[in-house]
Design a protein around this ligand. Structure first.
Ligand code: PMP
Length: 437
């Protein structure tokens, strides 16, 4: 049965489709961490809607919240007119933020996707500062809309699109394993921050007072690369001293994924602008921007769009966020993440192709390299995208869905639902180990 649907998909659907090329499965049903295909084969889903499904597929509290809404004559669509449900959602989101951020913050509902919220964030800071150049980071990913894509690193998709937004300056991200300065380890983040500070203070660098700096605290699509907390604090200091609004993109890291409700909390900093999507809609489309009130200088109507009042997503998101907070899911994520890393390290010791294991919480990346152990001139082990792709296929055959990401398409990305159990971590890593071997 799978084959028939897949054939029809490749004939009718756009050439731009991406996930289905690498994951040729047809999903019949799903529950928790599991999905079942048309032929009855069951998979562990460690892609989880690219990190969206914090509570896994069809979690009872999410389903119940949606059923209640459907049977209550509650409007499903309201543009951005308000409802008691929306008020409750906003209250829960604000209660989940560090108080020093929440007490000075405002929220803007955006269109259904993370990309749309990134567009809003950029327009917000451009309006408030009157400036235009933006500091972004190599390997970052912020979405597929025009501006969001312009801020993203080179992940292939930009290649053939002309006329992206100008004045985006790409800074080196503290990617320790593939250090852009050819050194690695802790020195990566120290050099990255001095380099950025130096560029900002040098009139000849061509970077004239930016309207914002934007980054992910853990780069997601770029290969699950966590920025060291010292580096994050340095970025906060550098931007604060120069009055540059700091936008933190937590579309993927938000709501407990990294072991804190928000990943910026690891560094004890407060951003000026926080971008959320994915898990915030409890598996339905929703995105928001939360920002310091002082930036709220745009005109009414400056960021509009029809689908900013997705009531069903608010019901699902509210149930998800409540569950995450009430059940201390971030602590569970920390424990399961540590177990996952420990198991992956055993596999690393037994095989020769795992170069690096890294991440935070349940956002873990495993970098696949050539086992020759010959470094290039920058001190990097050669990336091995064909082997990564082969491992992905071997995992799929054995019932494990993993995405491959990273700048060189060599990072096996573990993004399971946050409610993954200890037994499931062991089973997922057992399958992965078998596939790698
Ligand atoms: N920012 C980050 C960090 C993301 O991971 C993504 C999606 N993978 C986006 C923005 C864009 O979100 P969307 O695909 O919903 O537009």
């Amino acid at each position: 049965q799978n084959t028939r649907y897949l054939q029809s998909q490749s004939e009718r659907e756009s050439n731009a489709r991406s996930y289905p090329r690498r994951l040729p499965i047809v999903i019949k049903e799903a529950e928790g961490i599991h999905i079942t295909d048309m032929d009855g084969k069951v998979y562990y889903d460690c892609l989880a809607g690219a990190g969206t499904l914090a509570l896994g597929h069809n979690h009872p509290v999410v389903i119940e919240a949606m059923q209640q809404l459907l049977t209550s004559k509650h409007p499903l669509h309201t543009l951005d007119l308000t409802t008691p449900l929306k008020e409750k959602f906003v209250e829960e989101v604000f209660a989940s933020l560090p108080p020093s951020f929440a007490q000075n913050a405002k929220i803007q509902f955006c269109g259904p996707t993370g990309g749309d919220a990134i567009e809003a964030a950029i327009k917000l800071v451009k309006t408030a500062t009157g400036k235009r150049s933006i500091l972004s980071f190599q390997g970052g990913y912020h979405g597929s809309t025009h501006a969001a894509m312009s801020l993203s690193g080179t992940l292939g998709q930009k290649e053939r699109v002309n006329g992206l937004i100008p004045d985006v300056h790409f800074m080196p991200y503290p990617y320790e394993y593939r250090c852009p300065f050819g050194i690695g380890g802790e020195q990566t983040h120290q050099i990255s921050s001095s380099y950025i500070e130096n560029l900002l203070d040098d009139p000849e660098s061509g970077i004239v007072s930016p309207c914002a700096m934007i980054f992910e605290v853990v780069q997601g699509e770029g290969g699950s690369i966590p920025a060291p907390v010292e580096w994050i604090r340095e970025m906060r200091r550098i931007t604060q001293e120069r009055n540059i609004p700091l936008i933190i993109d937590e579309v993927q890291t938000g709501l407990g994924r990294t072991g804190k409700l928000y990943a910026f909390e690891h560094a004890g900093i407060i951003p000026d602008v926080l971008v959320l999507s994915k898990a915030i809609g409890g598996s339905l489309p929703l995105s928001v921007v939360i920002y310091n009130k002082e930036l709220d200088q745009w005109n009414p109507g400056a960021h509009i769009g029809t689908f900013r009042g997705n009531q069903m997503a608010m019901a699902a998101g509210l149930a998800t966020l409540r569950y995450i907070r009430e059940h201390h899911i971030p602590e569970h994520v920390t424990q399961m993440g540590a177990l996952l890393v420990e198991q992956l390290q055993h596999i690393q010791q037994q095989t020769g192709c795992i170069g690096d294991i890294r991440g935070r919480g349940l956002m873990i990346g495993v970098e696949i390299v050539n086992d020759q152990k010959i470094m290039d001139h920058l001190g990097h082990y050669p990336a091995h995208p064909q082997l990564a792709s082969l491992i992905q296929q071997e995992c799929l055959k054995r019932g494990l869905i993993l995405e491959v990401g990273g700048r060189h398409s060599t990072v096996m990305r573990f993004l399971p639902p946050l409610i993954i159990t200890q037994e499931q971590v062991l089973e997922v890593t057992r399958i992965f180990g078998e596939a790698v071997t």
